[in-house]
Design a protein around this ligand. Structure first.
Ligand SMILES: Cc1cc2nc3c(=O)[nH]c(=O)nc-3n(C[C@H](O)[C@H](O)[C@H](O)COP(=O)(O)O)c2cc1C
Length: 230
């Protein structure tokens, strides 16, 4: 398909995610793509020099980070939302399919707990109420919402409750982390959020990660340099 690079995101990663941890997924993807010339980036839990050094020793070409970049000085996420992330521990996340039918790692908020615990008709009522509310917010007409919902339901195995939410999930995520409406409560995050307690600039972050990875590789194997092109 003309793809140049693959990001292999393990289960600890933020947002939509699978069940295989990064430490097992990345070596598997490297094995599967050996000889193809594809660049493979490791993702899910990457945040510091040690994780970059680890990924390079598996044979990955580099790392991709989501949660770590969300928690930087330049990130546009409002400060009070960043604070919720900073206050979240390693056990503060949950993988739920209740939002749009696909497993997604988010901070366990009241809204997510409510979705997880409501079943059958109640889940549909809750989902539909949110769908209608957010369609109004986004300026989507009820007819367009219905059309989207019908085609999503027809093309997959989503329940009507999941369809109602899935049609609005991107809007709800945007309302939560861009507009800062915490009542909406969809805050995608990696488990690594539990280890992050600062908001560095991106320049500080990158130079710290590269320097620490370089030191770690020097210590362990006497000199492989993550700054080199090889
Ligand atoms: C707030 C947030 C939103 C995300 N949205 C998307 C998305 O829309 N599409 C996508 O492919 N991945 C999305 N991701 C996943 C990231 O691109 C990345 O693969 C993931 O965050 C890596 O795991 P980490 O958070 O442990 O670094 C999102 C991650 C976060 C934290």
């Amino acid at each position: 398909m003309g793809v140049d690079a693959v990001i292999a995101q393990g289960s600890e990663g933020g947002g939509h995610t699978g069940t295989i941890p990064t430490s097992l997924l990345v070596p598997g993807v490297l094995e599967a793509t050996r000889g193809s010339g594809l660049v493979v980036l490791a993702a899910g839990g990457m945040h510091d020099g040690a994780s970059l050094a680890g990924a390079l020793t598996w044979g990955a070409h580099g790392v991709a980070m989501g949660t770590r970049f969300l928690l930087t000085a330049e990130s546009h996420v409002p400060d009070h939302v960043k604070q919720v992330y900073l206050d979240s521990g390693l056990n503060a996340t949950v993988v739920t399919s209740a939002i749009d039918g696909a497993p997604q790692r988010v901070i366990r908020t009241e809204f997510v707990d409510g979705l997880e615990s409501s079943r059958g008709p109640m889940r549909f009522v809750r989902a539909a109420r949110n769908a209608i509310g957010f369609a109004r917010h986004a300026g989507t007409s009820p007819l367009d919402l219905l059309r989207t919902a019908r085609s999503m339901h027809a093309s997959g195995d989503l329940t009507w409750a999941q369809v109602a939410l899935a049609a609005n999930a991107p809007m709800m995520t945007r309302a939560s982390i861009v507009e800062g409406d915490l009542e909406v409560g969809i805050l995608p995050t990696g488990q690594v959020v539990g280890t992050i307690g600062d908001l560095p600039s991106v320049a500080e972050l990158i130079s710290g990660i590269v320097g620490d990875a370089s030191d770690a590789l020097e210590r362990v194997c006497g000199g492989a340099d993550p700054r080199s092109d090889s």
